[in-house]
Design a binder for this molecule. Structure first.
Ligand code: ADP
Ligand code: MG
Length: 604
């Protein structure tokens, strides 16, 4: 048989390698921002068109490249950052693999302009699909500008796989925030379709966090500071009452590199033990500095996961330090007796760190972490006029007559007529129906009821609004304010009314009747997060997302005890919905078991 194995040409190899490094526009943004940082830039601009699908340009004032380097940098495994294998274990730069530019140039139209400080002329290079198109001397300012156009132009499958602009922009913003948070001293500017998204001045860590996440963040931050021989920990955690329902603001940086670590996250969550509501995630910005030779960064192509030599000791120290800081700021009750004692004696794990101090723990005897936590409120829509009576009566303790109770219930669903209901494991409601029994998921049922109600009020535009005695001001980031403007009308339809929009806050003077004042911030926060993450494309109506988001946030949850009246009311309302069988998110809400099915269970 003849030989069949051959070496792939470079441009094919580069395209394959690109698959690892470049998943989406955000990956390009990350690599280019990191190159600018490695080049010592103090000012970095990121310009985007169409979520980076059309253009990603990064301009820095770093050290630039010579004409030869400008050509070389697009070769695979071409790097100025390491020379020998040992260097891999003593890295001080973000990059070291020498593959980012080669990969990017394989799958896009790239234009590089660069000049070192002391050179008279700079270099301009154009490359498309790994092919050099042109190289010229140009006059340009010190530093480097790289434009990446038409990403994945030669891999249609990849291009088609990209998500909506909203989603891709969200990914870019995530990468941008990570680099900007890791380097507060560097100024960053981000423009998208000629609109300024961020303009971050050189500052300190706290100010950088606040300038990204909005002024409301300032009061939430508890500083963290601890130095030992194996690690220095700095940064902030957010007070527990500001924890999030979604994992949003969780940042670990190790030697100025953003990393993901479920293990270290666990340590922080553990330090919040007992302070977080069920399902809530703490926000944190934690900066670890460790000796470069105690970590391995080369275990993942995108360099966001790293391996630590002293993982256990780090865990213990991080946990103790965060706990200590929460205690110092009197936000934590500090004596928990059922913890794993091993986790609290970190400093003995490392033999050469015997001198490290053990955090002191202060106790606030009056602290009650749950005093702010209200009992879950159950809200019911008010718009279904036909059923107003049953709504009201079923959810307040007002007595009602049987006649009223029967009136017009189940007009759509004659078959289902509730008798006695039982709540099972605070999760399901069991009820007997004509044909057998029905088992209803309480949370999904309530979602459906709220969803239809909101949808109706938003689209029919006659939502009932309640005026607030004292308008509520909610601080938002500039991004969120932008989003609020685009959904203002829908929100007004839903029953909100606004007093004032500034650059960093909105003042709300009226809310839908089914929302309580204490929930305003949370439902808006969830809504903005849902919109930024889930809108399939820009032309999609916000109505549906809004109704879904409100329904999800306000619905009763698994674990809520429901009185008999509440159970019954919920069942009634579910079955007067247009689509009682599936939740707004497509899950089945109830299952029925007919008598013959039940019989069958016993006869088989
Ligand atoms: P790596 O960053 O892993 O070295 P890259 O492909 O990202 O690999 O970059 C290759 C080389 O090009 C870098 O090592 C660096 O010398 C040079 N380079 C890339 N971007 C810049 C920049 N913005 N300014 C100066 N030099 C750069
Ligand atoms: Mg690089």
């Amino acid at each position: 048989m003849s030989d069949i194995i051959q070496l792939l040409p470079d441009h094919v190899a580069n395209q394959i390698a690109a698959g690892e490094v470049v998943q989406r526009p955000a990956s390009v943004v990350k690599e280019l921002l990191e190159n600018a940082i490695d080049a010592g830039a103090t000012n970095i601009k990121l310009l985007l068109k169409n979520a980076g699908k059309t253009l990603i340009q990064i301009i820095d004032d770093g050290k630039g490249m010579s004409a030869t380097d400008a050509r070389m940098c697009f070769e695979r495994h071409a790097t100025s950052k390491i020379e020998k294998a040992e260097d891999l274990f003593n890295l001080s730069t973000k990059g070291f693999r020498g593959e980012a530019l080669a990969s990017i140039a394989a799958i896009a139209h790239v234009e590089l302009k660069t000049k070192p400080a002391n050179d008279e002329l700079g270099t301009s290079i154009k490359i498309e699909g790994s092919k050099l198109i042109s190289q010229d001397f140009i006059s340009t300012s010190k530093g480097t500008s790289i434009s990446v156009k038409n990403l994945f132009y030669n891999i249609p499958a990849r291009r088609n796989f990209l998500k909506s602009d909203t989603v891709e922009t969200r990914h870019i913003i995530d990468e941008f925030q990570r680099v900007a948070l890791a380097h507060p001293m560097v100024s960053f500017l981000m423009h998208h379709n000629n609109n300024e998204v961020y303009n971050l001045k050189s500052s300190n860590l706290r100010k950088r966090i606040v300038s990204i996440f909005g002024t409301k963040m300032n009061e939430k931050l508890v500083p963290i500071n601890e130095q030992t021989d194996i690690v220095a920990i700095e940064g902030f955690v957010a007070k527990p009452e500001f924890s999030k329902r979604k994992r949003g603001e969780q940042f670990f940086f190790v030697n100025d590199r953003f990393i993901k670590s479920a293990y270290l996250n666990h340590a922080v969550v553990n330090a919040f033990d007992g302070l977080l509501e069920h399902g809530a995630h703490p926000s944190y910005f934690l900066y670890l500095k460790v000796p470069a030779n105690t970590i391995d960064i080369n275990i993942h192509p995108t360099k966001t996961e790293i391996k630590f030599d002293n993982e256990k000791a780090l865990y213990a120290m991080l946990r103790a330090t965060v706990k200590h800081s929460l205690g110092q700021y009197n936000v934590a009750p500090l004596l928990d007796f059922n913890r794993d004692a091993n986790l609290d004696t970190p400093y003995h794990l490392n033999t050469n760190s015997g001198s490290a101090k053990i955090p002191k723990i202060s106790v606030d005897p009056d602290f009650n972490p749950f005093k702010e936590v209200e009992k879950q409120e159950i809200h019911f829509p008010n718009k279904r006029e036909k059923q107003t009576e049953s709504w009201e009566s079923l959810y307040t303790s007002v007595a009602i007559t049987d006649e009223e109770k029967q009136s017009e219930l189940f007009e759509n669903q004659q078959e289902i007529k509730t008798q006695k209901t039982f709540q099972i494991q605070r999760k399901y409601i069991l009820s007997s129906i004509k044909s057998g029994v029905v088992l209803i998921n309480q949370s999904l049922a309530h979602q459906r009821v709220l969803y239809e109600d909101f949808l109706e009020s938003i689209t029919v535009k006659e939502a009932n609004s309640q005026q607030l005695l004292f308008p509520v001001k909610i601080a938002l980031t500039s991004l969120e304010i932008g989003m609020m403007h685009t959904i203002k009308i829908e929100l007004e339809n839903a029953g909100f009314s606004f007093d004032e929009f500034t650059k960093e806050s909105v003042t709300i003077k009226g809310i839908p009747v089914s929302v309580t004042e204490s929930k305003i911030a949370i439902i808006l926060e969830e809504l903005l997060s849902d919109i930024s993450l889930e809108v399939p494309d820009a032309s999609f109506s916000h109505f549906d997302i809004m109704a879904k988001s409100f329904a999800k946030t306000l619905s009763i949850k698994t674990g809520s005890q429901l009185s008999e009246r509440e159970q019954e009311g919920l069942v009634n309302d579910l079955f007067s919905c247009k689509e009682p069988a599936i939740s707004p998110f497509g899950k089945p809400i109830f299952k029925t078991l007919t008598l013959s099915e039940i019989d069958h269970l016993f006869n088989s």
